[in-house]
Design a protein around this ligand. Sequence first.
Ligand SMILES: Cc1ncc(COP(=O)(O)O)c(C=O)c1O
Length: 404
Amino acid sequence: MLLKDVGKTPDEIRALVKKYMIETYERYDFICERVEGMYLYNEKGEGYLDFYGGIAVNNAGNRNPKVVAAAKEQLDHVMHTFNYPYTIPQALLAEKVCTLLGYDKIFYQNSGTESNEAMIKMARKYGIEKYGPEHYHIITAKNSFHGRTMGALAATGQPQSACHIGFGPMLPGFTYADFGNLDSFKSLVTKNTIAIMLELVQGEGGVHPATQEFVDGIRKLCADNNMLFLVDEIQTGWCRTGKVMAHQHYGFKPDIMSMAKALGGGMPIGAIVTSNEIAKAFNAGSHGTTYGGNPVACAAALAQITELIDRDLAGNAAKIGEYFMKKLRTLPRVKEVRGKGLLVGLEFTDPIGLDVKHGCVDRKMLVTLIGKNLIRMIPPLIATEADCDKAVEILRASIEAVKA
Ligand SMILES: Cc1ncc(COP(=O)(O)O)c(C=O)c1O
């Protein structure tokens, strides 16, 4: 839809949103009418350099032409059926994801939080059936983020944050250990623990990559205690960190892995993958979803993955991410630059994050703010050195404009 087609002004659109929508987001104050590649365009046709990528979704570029074409083509055949008949995109996507990542089975969902629900449910049922009715406890990390539905929210280790407060009581069966601290995880293992669930780079929690030593320790802890290692690759997956999946940096394969976001390249889809043995926990009637495995989303996802792999966008994320982080370290008032690939955090010495974010939007660049001190950047993985140079200059001007 375009403003000219619906006969409305930008202010009228803003007014409708304010009047009718329950708003929980801090908006960039422009109407997005068009997107392409590294840019979002406002109603005047002015481009905004995209360094948030629809929150790690548009990894192959905004509105990647091959992804769009695949979705349009599928719309002409089957738009939705529910999961009674077989559909072609589901089958082809399942084969592609499983063979590429070395898993036996996939289960489709629609979003990240739902994929984590499926992962948690599968681990619980596996544990209860194999070891007994109390064997469903999962240890997650403090400061983690796994989603906003009640199971994924309970897994999210942020009991004092706005995403938890007011929504209690939480689903029982979760405890939170210190991310990066193996002893903290060890101390929470009980005879009823079935799994440890982690992001390998905490994204919403402030861009914290796990160390090799920590991940090796968690793997051993899981192996020694018959626990599953569940990995949430919703933000880190699909080439974001410089490998197809973040766990590949650490030389292991999770027992169950959740994914979403960049899988669909802009179409809502999520999934879990696992082994034949663990997958047996789900059988007829035990889990399901109306839209999960929607043929249009699956067709788009198949095109998206093909683009990501064929163009080696993981390689580009690794190379450009390194270049970008080096340049970011030359900026003033920076305490730390950290990340993996193109999942990048820029932490300031003082709480100037909101001002810098607004400064960036004013200068036509889009970033996300975490807390008061940290700008997170998760651009499309087609980003070039020139895009990063431009981003660094906009950040520099925005930082310098904030009064000391
Ligand atoms: C690591 C992680 N898990 C889960 C989610 C939830 O995904 P969704 O917003 O698609 O439900 C997010 C979203 O930011 C995420 O970063």
